[in-house]
Ligand binder design. Sequence first.
Ligand code: NI
Length: 155
Amino acid sequence: MAILDIKKAGTLVLKEKCEPVTDFGAPALRRLLDDMAETMYKANGIGLAAPQVGKAIQVVVIDVDDDKHGLIELINPKIIRKSGCEVDTEGCLSVPEIFGDVERAAKVTVEYYNRRGKKQKMTGNGLLARCIQHELDHLEGTLFIDKATSLRKEK
Ligand code: NI
């Protein structure tokens, strides 16, 4: 496994609309998932999307450190249901030291593929729902600072 370079806001790949994964058997996909997880943990993040490591493909890793989920790998994810509405603070590994309040759905159901190409579905609320929406935005070329109100700088 390897620690990948995290691209910062202003890098073109972060504005791209990401392509879906088609080759689930590719060793490069498994390597990317492993490297993204390692990179996320090393940076103390709770989510990382492939464009943040320079790949414009629909791959996301999440670990919000709750008791239930552990490491979540989302490939070609789509939100198929959302409900409620919550405002809370977000940050992003691609936008260091900047935080801001973002309105998100309180509960989302996401359909996705796992690394073996099997279709899955999961529902999350609270921080997990927020993280799913934040990471899926990355796949559309959207950063949380595009949506946030009252941005602030914090060390
Ligand atoms: Ni982010």
